[in-house]
Write a protein that binds this ligand. Structure first.
Ligand code: XMP
Length: 394
């Protein structure tokens, strides 16, 4: 197995040598999240500098239930000592009431690095090692999205702004290469096979205005359905929460529904259409767009999901202002304030993705669990591939 034409052990040895040369005896902080990228980056640095590295988990308050404790345990099993630093209240204060997706990401990044600056100073370290990989900075530079861990590549000088230098040993690698590296390094399968979880965590899955009620509803729905979500054959499967959308129709929507009926070879009524209040991210060509999301209700939702590829083609043609289409699994009900969307995709490199083929019984089960929380009245399955959508919503 080769990485950039080198044998994997040669690649590892060169990387370790380079880390040692660059760090040159100074102290390093490794901020780990429990994801494969930051774990491999920290592990290689630890192999290079040993006790000169301190590993920390910053508890932002946007992790899933019990995730911080679980990550700490796994990393300690690998021999790396971890300090957990709980700064969730600082993050909440800065973010409550914020609506705009890009603004939320930027506030998150600023807070994250402000806190890191404090920690690096406290530990008297000079370097911060992080698990940035190629798609992170390619998409940030290309303005697809502001990844929270990208600084240098967009012209931010961390040493001037935050007082530390950044070490990114995996910056040229793609996810599959990092996974191979992790396997070779004997890193726990739990970490290698873990689905990617965005740095800003559940924050960017509380789509639109952020508040703690929304976060708690999402966190608890996520915890309760995790086992079922894992049963969907996918590269990534998760929930996102929205304000309950309003019913909406327009000439173009009517035309689109007509096309769906043609595809399904059905006549008659029974369709309802909803427009989400929030704008969500999509990709057009090489850049990011924020556009509208449409929800569809039809009693036999399975039929729509089965024909999703043909339907999405018509959707993009007839409704170019929209980049997302989600199919309602629950029955429309008037009460409640939130909608939850189930997102499950299959992908190799996360730059493009297909919608996962899903067992309808699993969708039903997930839906009935979610609906036990009376704050939530609608549950959807997102049937949009990337492009035109992205995997996440903000
Ligand atoms: P998108 O939504 O851009 O997601 O199609 C592609 C992959 O990247 C993950 N993602 C992030 N990871 N910080 C991260 O560490 C982020 O800000 C971030 N945003 C998206 C996403 O979960 C998917 O795996």
């Amino acid at each position: 197995m080769k990485i950039f034409g080198k044998n994997i052990d040669e690649f590892i040895n060169l990387t370790i040598k380079e880390i040692k040369r660059v760090v040159n005896g100074e102290k390093v902080i490794a901020a780990v999240s429990g994801g494969v990228d930051s774990t491999v980056a920290a592990y290689l640095t630890w192999l290079a500098v040993g006790d000169k590295m301190e590993a920390i988990i910053i508890d932002t308050g946007f992790m899933r239930e019990n995730e911080v404790e679980e990550n700490k345990r796994i990393l300690e099993e690998m021999g790396i000592k971890i300090n957990v630093i709980d700064v969730s209240n600082e993050f909440y204060e800065a973010l409550i009431g914020k609506k705009d997706a890009e603004e939320k990401r930027i506030i998150f990044r600023e807070k994250f690095y402000e806190i890191l600056r404090r920690i690096v100073k406290e530990y008297k370290a000079s370097y911060l090692v992080q698990g940035t990989i190629a798609p992170d900075w390619i998409e940030t530079v290309g303005k697809i999205k502001t990844q929270h861990n990208v600084l240098v590549q967009i012209g931010i000088k961390p040493e001037e702004k935050y007082g530390f230098k950044v070490l990114e040993p995996l910056a040229d690698l793609y996810k599959d290469q990092v996974r191979k590296l992790a396997k070779y390094l004997n890193i726990s399968e739990k970490i290698i096979n873990r689905q990617p979880f965005p740095g800003p965590g559940l924050l960017i899955r509380c789509v639109g205005e952020f508040d703690l009620d929304k976060l708690n509803a999402l966190r608890s729905a996520t915890a309760q359905t995790e086992g079922l979500l894992n049963k969907i054959k996918s590269s990534q499967a998760f929930l996102a929460i929205f304000r309950k959308p309003r019913m909406a129709t327009s000439a173009a929507i009517v035309e689109f529904i007509k096309e769906i009926k043609n595809i399904l070879k059905i006549g008659g009524r029974g369709f309802k259409t909803y427009e989400f209040y929030e704008y969500v991210t999509g990709v057009k060509g090489d850049s990011r767009v924020y556009s509208k999301m449409l929800g569809i209700y039809y009693k036999e939702y399975e039929k729509i999901i089965e024909k999703k590829d043909e339907i999405i083609q018509q959707f993009s043609k007839i409704l170019p202002d929209y980049t997302r289409l989600a199919v309602m699994i629950s029955e429309p009900r008037p009460a409640g304030k939130y909608a939850i969307v189930i997102r499950a995709v299959v992908t190799e490199d996360f730059m493009t993705a297909k919608v996962a083929e899903v067992d309808f019984n699993i969708l039903q089960e997930i839906t009935s669990i979610i609906l036990k929380d009376k704050r939530i009245t609608q549950v959807y399955y997102d049937i949009t591939p990337k492009p035109p959508a992205t995997i996440e919503y903000e």
